[in-house]
Design a protein around this ligand. Structure first.
Ligand code: 0A1
Ligand code: ZN
Length: 876
């Protein structure tokens, strides 16, 4: 990027203009070379505009152009900002051009780059223009034919989208020709060339077509690809069973690469994955990793319809494909893994990072109005809040109308590039629903605060429920209109029975769409409402439950979210009520009600219990999520109260945890949902025992049990729990465990990231020193995004305590790393910068230190657009 400082301008959603030309056929020939790859590009264009004088403007970045011909004749062109302009072109014509690129030098990982010896591409959102000149926009759909000539030194496989037409050797170099029968936008183009182990299989579709499946993994890692292959088949089957969607090509290829900016990419028929989301076996990966592989494989596969077959008109519509696809992957995980766990994870993302984003200067609507750097908008708002919006539509219209509307949408817009508005209109028509007010979820940023209260009207034997909503202003919008939301409700009587009053519809939800509303239900006096079951809308709920009512719901309510939320609410109240004492480092009271509830849960655990749900209920929530329950953040006091809470629970219930520990055995080291639940709860017990022993001056015992846990298991879930406890609680066994882990795994980059992450997330200042030291560990590589995310990224995004240490060293270290990454990989740099943007929520001293750092970032030479957009927005 050679752009000068401060010249970046935002683009507006409303400035969308249809393209003057479209590309019909694109024929690409790549002659691969590490530093000098030649791209020959023959594209037929068609004029769409009635302005016959309009020139053809092609996007191109960091390309060396050799020649351009129009209909076979050398053409004149003009260099324009990030591209070229060719004037006097006919209505239909062919452009032939040749350009050169340097994959080895490409550290941004956008366009064609080299990942550990493998050539691979990433084109979403605007990476294709770094490969060749093109109409690099999502509303230009063309058919691709791709010839790949391997590098001189040879290469195992040469892959691109679609079907293999021809392969062989020419002039001693391997080549392959691919044709994709489906027209697609350039962002879905992919090329991979490298040497792999290949896991092969087949899937027979519902209309009995055989699809060849191929998964490409690092050589020597065949076994680590087997779960991902199973997940591909499960995704294909599930999409047929749940939505009637059948795979449309004769082959489906997935490639795992080590260098990748995000999780994975849905290129048509050739998904490219960050190896994190492919490579698992029980000795090297945790249960969570297995669960995530299944979910991300599903996500990318489901994009084949929601994203690839029906794509985006422009990038402001990103949530159209992402929200629908996240909703689909969540439903997949719910159906094939565990519904409660999947829902609770999704809710945690909303209540942690998404609420934080809504409260930050980068808050944006799910359909943004202004974007400077599109890479900054792959956010929890676009993805996860977007998915909550789809889920609300699903709640409002129900499964069968949703299914019909989804099929109508996919049929109506097949092969087209469309908008969120097209989607909503189609759903309105198909499901017979009015979503006019509901649209505010797409246009208004910020988290709605819903307040509930209720009274009893003795005369009419009515429970009167009153709801109010308010959304704080965000920078782009001062006034917020009320949102339209389904609030799932039930009622519990004093014996813990569910009561269904006549006024509540059989679907079990009410519509809340004004600033203030009242609802009446005919009920007995001592019955009370259970509000926001299943987190039916992405809001902050404030309901005046007594502690007894929270305990009652925790015991009797049948909704997983409500159960866990009761425990969370008790935890929140404890931290809020004790914050002042915590700020003065005083003596905190016992969380008696929470302990009582936990005791009764622990006393009743047996083989029939839902261990996943129990584990989620007993967990003390993260400091990060606790922070989001405050407007102004006193990080030291929150940490103090959090630790006091955890210690008091652990000490009071240490006997119960000791009883539990070792009682619930996983049946094998292998991943299964049942064993995941067993290990999770057993590991929680280990953690709580270790915390309790440390607080009871029995640190040696804590060390012993943790050390035995580490040595006694071959399973990475258990090993990682032990290593985390050893390091975070600074136990005697810490160095021995770290040494042993280093000996076993330092050559296995993905596994070894745990070594970095665990030390970067110690919840105190020592994490900063750990990170500084580990930056020069021989296994660390600052150009690999996974390493950066495991070390500096973990400090920034998963360790608010160390990052915000009052010394300011966390901020200095992070900004130093961001400065280095600005040139290497701006998109990763901008991501780990995120927590600093919310500096105004901290105390003045910290605000000042962050401000200094942000100001220095702004002075950086060659400041990238990604960082500029975020920092300048925060400083406004
Ligand atoms: N569409 C992908 C996410 C993705 C976005 C950008 C990337 O590189 C800059 C890579 C992947 C998904 O939703 O999975
Ligand atoms: Zn996606």
């Amino acid at each position: 990027m050679t752009e000068k400082r401060n010249t970046y301008k935002a683009q507006k959603r409303t400035d969308y203009k249809a393209p003057n030309f479209t590309a019909v056929d694109i024929d690409l020939t790549f002659t691969l070379d590490d530093t000098h790859t030649i791209v020959k590009n023959v594209t037929t264009f068609k004029r769409l505009t009635s302005d016959t004088k309009a020139p053809l403007v092609l996007n191109g970045e960091d390309l060396k152009l050799n020649y351009v011909k129009v209909d076979g004749i050398e053409a004149k062109y003009k260099d324009v900002k990030n591209g070229i302009e060719i004037s006097s072109v006919p209505d239909e014509f062919t452009v032939e051009l040749e350009n050169v690129i340097n994959p080895s030098e490409n550290s941004s990982l956008m366009g064609l780059y080299k990942s550990n010896g493998t050539f691979c591409t990433q084109c979403e959102p605007e990476g294709f223009r770094r490969i060749t000149y093109s109409l690099d926009r999502s509303d230009v759909l063309a058919k691709y034919r791709v010839t790949i000539i391997g590098p001189e030194y040879g290469c195992g496989v040469l892959l691109s989208n679609g079907n293999l037409i021809e392969r062989g050797t020419r002039k001693n170099r391997p080549y392959a020709v691919w044709e994709d029968p489906f027209p697609k936008p350039s962002y879905l183009f992919a090329l991979v060339a490298g040497t792999f182990d290949i896991v092969s299989d087949t899937f027979t579709t519902m209309s009995r077509r055989k699809v060849a499946l191929e998964l490409y993994v690092d050589r020597g890692s065949y076994d680590r690809g087997l779960w991902a292959m199973q997940s591909i088949k499960d995704s294909m089957k599930w999409d047929e069973d749940r939505w009637g969607l059948e795979f449309d090509l004769d082959n489906f290829k997935v490639v795992a690469v080590d260098f990748f900016n995000f999780g994975a990419m849905e290129n048509k028929g050739l998904n490219v994955f960050n190896s994190v989301y492919v490579m698992v076996d029980p000795t090297c990966a945790t249960d969570t990793a297995f669960y995530n592989v299944q979910s991300v494989i599903g996500h990318e596969y489901f994009h084949n319809y929601t994203g690839d077959r029906v794509t985006l008109r422009d990038w402001f519509q990103l949530s159209l494909k992402e929200s629908l696809t996240v909703f689909r992957d969540q439903e997949f995980s719910s159906d094939v893994a565990n519904r409660a766990l999947t829902r609770l994870h999704a809710i945690n993302v909303i209540r942690g990072p998404q609420f934080a984003e809504d409260a930050s200067p980068m808050a944006h609507p799910v359909r943004p109005e202004e974007v400077m750097e599109m890479n900054n908008f792959y956010t929890v708002t676009i993805y996860d809040k977007g998915a909550e919006i789809i889920r609300m539509i699903h709640t409002l219209i129900g499964e069968s109308r949703f299914k019909k509307a989804l099929n109508d949408y996919l049929r109506k817009f097949d092969g087209q590039a469309v908008t969120i508005e097209d989607f909503l209109c189609c759903f309105e028509e198909s499901a017979g629903v009015d979503l006019s007010q509901f649209r505010r979820w797409y246009t208004q940023a910020g988290t709605p605060h819903v307040k509930a209260s209720w009274t009893y009207d003795e005369a009419n034997k009515n429970l009167v429920l009153k709801l109010t909503q308010h959304t704080n202003p965000t920078r782009d919008q001062k006034e917020k209109e009320p949102f339209y939301m389904p609030i799932r409700l039930s009622f519990l009587d004093k014996d813990g029975h569910d009561v269904h009053p006549a006024e509540l519809s059989s679907d079990g939800f009410i519509i809340f769409n004004e600033n203030e509303q009242e609802y009446r239900f005919t009920l007995d006096k001592d019955t009370f409402p259970v509000i926001l079951r299943d987190f039916s809308a992405p809001v902050k709920l404030d309901a005046p439950y007594t502690m007894e009512q929270l305990q009652h719901m925790l015991s009797f309510c049948d909704d997983a979210f409500i159960k866990v939320d009761c425990a969370t609410t008790m935890q929140n109240r404890y931290v809020h009520d004790n914050l002042e004492i915590a700020a003065a480092e005083g003596v905190l009271r016992e969380p008696a009600e929470l302990i009582a509830s936990y005791k009764s849960i622990l006393d009743s655990v047996d083989a029939q219990s839902d261990l996943i749900l129990i584990n989620e209920t007993l967990k003390i929530q993260s400091i990060a999520n606790l922070m989001e329950t405050f407007d102004k953040i006193n990080i030291d006091a929150i940490k103090y109260a959090h630790d006091a809470l955890e210690t008091k629970v652990a000490v009071s219930l240490v006997n119960e945890f000791v009883q539990l520990y070792g009682k619930i055995k996983a049946s094998s080291s292998n991943y299964s949902v049942t064993d995941m639940g067993r290990r999770a709860l057993n590991n929680l017990a280990l953690h709580m025992i270790a915390v309790a022993k440390c607080a009871m001056d029995k640190k040696t015992e804590a060390s012993e049990i943790v050390f035995n846990h580490y040595n006694g298991s071959k399973n990475m879930t258990d090993k990682l729990q032990a290593m985390t406890d050893a390091v975070h609680l600074d136990l005697d066994c810490k160095s021995e465990i770290l040494k042993s882990f280093e000996k076993d795994w330092s050559k296995d980059a993905l596994v070894f990231d745990n070594f970095f992450r665990v030390q970067a997330t110690v919840p105190n200042k020592s994490a900063i020193d750990n990170v500084k030291k580990l930056l020069s560990h021989p296994s660390f590589d600052g150009r690999n995004p996974n390493r950066v995310r495991a070390l500096t990224g973990a400090l920034a995004l998963s360790n608010p305590v160390a990052l915000n240490d009052i010394s300011g060293e966390g901020y200095d270290l992070l900004c130093k790393q961001i400065t280095e990454l600005n040139d290497i990989n701006p998109s990763v740099a901008a991501r780990i910068l995120t927590p600093l943007l919310s500096f105004r929520r901290l105390d003045e001293k910290r605000q000042g230190m962050i401000l200094n750092n942000l100001n220095s970032l702004m002075q950086m030479p060659k400041l990238s657009r990604s960082i500029y957009e975020k920092v300048s927005t925060a400083l406004k």
